[in-house]
Write a protein that binds this ligand. Structure first.
Ligand code: 5AD
Ligand code: SF4
Length: 434
């Protein structure tokens, strides 16, 4: 999502003559795109903004802008804390960036725009001037979130859910495909509720429309909420070949008591049964998830339930985080905070358990022939005559492989090739093209 938003800053500014700079020293404008979902991300953003002071002292003409969730949350406080910041723009102000820049140039006073009300995502430019030839691209289909999980800052900094129209989304994807994209990932905080409020089109129907785009090979999406994973979406997995064999379905905890405190509105049984149904329709589907350890009040017993869930679902990948307070999320006020040491121990135990499953899940690919969408060269290219490529399976496994044929490097990128898998590692596979 942040990659897409950063791309959007570029697209919005290109008509003003801005182009990406090679180095920080070459830049006339630096935009910091910030994330505040976890404390660590916010701290990273603050420390980066802090370091920009040196750059500004070297080049007083440099314009420093800060956007994203930290900007939305902090507003004018950012300018007081970091006087070298010139522009602060919130999550719904991206389209107004040119106007904010002009205002700053003319008045030479700091500009802060964190208004939330004008969420016109349709007004943002699409990929007309975009020459990035990447095979796999992101497309935002909705913004904001209405779920209010008790630990989460997102609804507070990104506002309520708003969906783009299907026509607009399709047009953007068609342009990306004309430009070389073969795979798109549809993005939203909770894509399962796409279009419901606006009654424009359901998410499975959007998938059906996107699947009709010629030249597009693969469709992915992120992120979905387990409570909204509908029967119709499961049906779409059965119908649409282009829909990849992978789902990222954040579960957050394996304990019903903690899930309820988190305001997730599903139980572990519901989660497990939805995964089972998906596996009935797509036996080979890979499943990844997000988990939080050390949520306020989480006991050893609750954490055991989380480990037990991992044993049951056998995830292919897991992003696990230590709980951190994110004001104004309500969990900030919850009692029985878990000490940091306990959180660290739980995180380590969870990741160690998960690693055994991601390894085992990868092992089952050895000896198989997989369809791999080639994305580029592998980082390891040892010999000149044997080029190693990199791509992904439909199930989102990274595959590094030895290519065959006299085709030039560029000729292979963007194609789906057959690869015999010979080795498996915890986070990737290795093979040879057939
Ligand atoms: N503390 C720790 N992790 C969090 N996440 C969201 N809010 C918090 C928080 N306060 C995690 C969730 C979410 C992912 C994007 O970040 O697991 O799915
Ligand atoms: Fe945050 Fe919950 Fe919304 Fe995800 S669904 S963005 S965790 S509030």
């Amino acid at each position: 999502m942040n990659v897409y938003d950063s791309e959007m800053f570029g697209r919005v500014l290109r008509p003003m003559g801005y182009v990406p700079a090679e180095t920080f020293e070459d830049a006339d404008l630096v935009i910091v795109n910030t994330c505040s979902v976890r404390k660590k991300a916010e701290e990273k953003a603050f420390s980066f903004i802090g370091r920009l002071n040196k750059l500004k002292r070297k080049n007083p003409e440099l314009v420093v802008a800060v956007g994203g969730c930290v900007a939305q949350q902090e507003g004018a406080a950012l300018v007081s804390r970091f006087p070298w910041v010139d522009i602060v723009f919130g999550t719904r102000a991206v389209g107004r960036l040119p106007e904010l820049l002009r205002r700053f140039e003319e008045l030479k006073t700091r500009v802060v725009d964190v208004t939330m009300d004008t969420g016109l995502i349709e007004a943002l430019p699409d990929h007309d001037h975009d020459r990035t030839p990447d095979v796999s691209r992101f497309v935002t289909i909705m913004r904001g979130c209405d779920n209010f999980c008790s630990y989460c800052i997102v609804p507070h900094v990104r506002g309520r859910e708003t969906s783009r129209t299907p026509e607009n989304i399709i047009r953007e994807i068609e342009k990306l495909v004309a430009n070389g994209a073969r795979e798109v990932t549809l993005l939203g905080q909770n894509v399962n509720s796409y279009g419901l409020k606006e009654k424009i089109c359901s998410f499975p129907d959007l998938l059906r429309k996107v699947a009709q785009i010629d030249g597009l090979f693969r469709i992915r999406f992120a992120t979905s909420h387990p409570k909204d994973l509908s029967d119709d979406l499961i049906r779409a997995y059965g119908e649409l070949d282009k829909l990849c064999d992978h789902i990222h379905l954040p579960v957050q905890s394996g304990s019903d008591r903690i899930l309820s405190l988190m305001n997730r509105r599903y139980t572990r049984e519901v989660y497990i049964s939805r995964i089972e149904r998906l596996r009935q329709v797509r036996p080979d589907i890979s499943v990844s998830s997000d988990m939080i350890v050390g949520f306020p009040g989480e006991t050893d017993e609750d954490f055991k339930m989380t480990l037990d869930l991992v044993d049951t679902v056998k995830f292919d990948g897991l992003f696990a985080f230590k709980y951190s307070d994110r004001p104004p999320a309500p969990a900030v006020g919850f009692s029985d905070k878990v000490p940091d040491l306990v959180k660290s121990q739980r995180l380590e135990a969870l990741l160690a358990l998960e690693k055994t499953y991601s390894r085992k899940n990868n092992d089952r690919y050895i000896g198989r022939v997989e369809q791999v969408l080639v994305e580029g060269l592998s980082k390891k290219n040892v010999k000149e005559d044997e080029i190693q490529y990199s791509g992904r399976t439909s199930s989102n496994k990274v595959v590094n492989f030895m290519g065959t044929g006299a085709e030039s490097y560029k000729g292979k990128v963007g194609k789906i090739v057959q690869v015999s898998i010979e080795k498996a590692f915890p986070h990737s596979l290795w093979g040879k093209e057939r």
